[in-house]
Write a new protein. Structure first.
Lengths: 221, 236
């Protein structure tokens, strides 16, 4: 069973590569216990891994991938593990654990660019995996993906991509109780990886109906 | 009353209040001293701050047995590591060893630990290792059932770059606040200060702690109160 959990991860393909966003919260049941957890990490030269769910399992996966990447570099053969290979590896790991009734309680988002080819995929804790132009985990599936289905299009610019992700993250902030208002957006292109510094989003509470919601309906709540 | 409702998403609460705080030059670890078996207080003066090496200590919470055995194993491994390395182990290594055991046996263990210490490379460091085996480095960490009452307190009272005395006073105040409200925490407040100069253990007995809301100044007897307020007999 999960103890310290991260909430949603949202990711999209854009013109130059992949954009991925996740908040920095580590919840402990209903307590928002840790507020500076980095849930997006670069893997090798070509990929980004974002995770929601149990953080200790994510840390373990990162250690395994470290070893994989190390061996990959040791070969020194000019080839390096790309996002597609890593996604495949992670799918196998997750599915095999599921078969032993001992799952890694995480949902992973794997994005990257290799040789100009953009890749974005997801693996769930039971090994269910797929590739798409936009993915989200956890609550993001319900709140972010509909927005992305409507507003995503091919060849988004960096600015439009960031704005789209921020729109999704803001909705998650409003409507998912385990999201914390401190997030990072990560970008991966052919050139490399950039993970933004942590920042907070402004929220809007200025609807007149919010001031006195029961004004026109005496006795209701 | 539903006694056995096991809500899978809610974590188990653990008897104890433990705290680890970094300050300008080292760390201060603090804990209460109550070990309970159900509602009975088995030990009212336990020592929950355990030594791993000369410069690294761990605060234990949750199952007493589990936290003790993990500490023993880590102490053993760290000892060997120190011999091989030829110099004191770093706090990071100690924390990672604790994580290794906590994560690898996550289905069996029920213990939350706070590892704190000082080494010459990184100075004072605190690592929290909650249930499940997540390793998380923090400027300060709180744990145990009593910690629920301290999240708000630390959000307000914590600041970067405190002095040794400020940090220790903060820890003592915090543990004492938690003891006031958490039934599973009580007894004395123990602190351990670790810095480049070494390790200092301190002891704050229950009667020396500040009083909080609705708590009264302890007396020897009612008779003393009666004698000081008026020499006349009580009027009904």
């Amino acid at each position: 069973y999960p103890y310290v959990t991260g909430s949603s991860v949202v990711a999209i393909k854009y013109k130059d590569g992949i954009l991925m966003a996740a908040d920095m919260g580590g919840s402990y049941g209903s307590t928002l216990r840790y507020k500076s957890v980095e849930r997006i990490k670069p893997i090798g030269k070509h990929s980004l891994l974002g995770a929601s769910g149990e953080i200790s399992d994510f840390q373990e996966i990162l250690q395994n991938l470290d070893e994989l990447i190390l061996y990959d570099n040791m070969w020194d053969d000019g080839n390096s593990l790309g996002p597609k290979e890593l996604h495949s590896y992670l799918t196998r790991v997750m599915y095999n654990r599921r078969n032993k009734f001992d799952p890694l309680w995480s949902s992973l988002v794997l994005g990257g660019v290799k040789k100009g080819h953009k890749y974005l995929g997801m693996v769930s804790m039971i090994g269910l995996n797929f590739e798409d132009n936009h993915v989200a985990t956890g609550f993001g599936n319900h709140l972010a993906r509909p927005i992305l289905r409507d507003e995503w299009h091919e060849n988004l610019s960096f600015e439009d991509g960031v704005k789209l992700l921020e729109k999704c993250m803001r909705v998650l902030l409003y409507r998912d109780r385990s999201t914390v208002n401190k997030l990072q957006i990560a970008k991966i292109t052919e050139e490399g990886v950039t993970i933004s510094q942590p920042y907070s989003l402004k929220t809007f509470w200025g609807f007149s109906a919010f001031q006195n919601p029961t004004q026109d309906a005496e006795g209701s709540w | 009353m539903d006694l056995n409702q096991d809500d899978l998403s809610a974590p188990h609460s653990m008897g104890t209040t433990i705290i680890g705080v970094t300050y300008n030059g080292g760390v201060v670890l603090g804990a209460d001293s109550r070990t309970s078996t159900g509602v009975y207080v088995a030990n009212r003066a336990s020592d929950k701050i355990t030594q791993l090496t000369d410069n690294v200590y761990v605060c234990r919470s949750g199952s007493a047995a589990d936290s003790q055995i993990v500490s023993d194993y880590v102490r053993y491994f760290l000892h060997q590591h120190t011999i091989q390395l030829g110099q004191p182990a770093t706090v990071k290594v100690a924390a990672n060893l604790v994580r290794l055991i906590s994560y690898g046996n996550k289905n069996m263990l029920q213990t939350g630990l706070i590892v704190g210490g000082w080494d010459k490379y990184e100075g004072g460091k605190i690592y929290g290792i909650p249930l499940g085996g997540t390793l998380i480095e923090q400027p300060f960490a709180i744990g145990g059932s009593g910690s629920s009452y301290l999240y708000g307190f630390f959000d307000q009272a914590w600041k970067e770059g405190m002095t040794k005395d400020e940090a220790e006073q903060l820890v003592v105040k915090a543990v004492s606040l938690a003891i006031a409200r958490d039934g599973a925490s009580g007894g004395v407040v123990r602190t351990v200060i670790i810095n480049s100069e070494g390790v200092t253990r301190n002891f704050y007995p229950g009667d020396k702690l500040p009083l909080w809301h609705e708590e009264l100044e302890p007396q020897n007897s009612l008779l003393d109160i009666l004698n000081t307020t008026s020499p006349e007999p009580m009027n009904m």
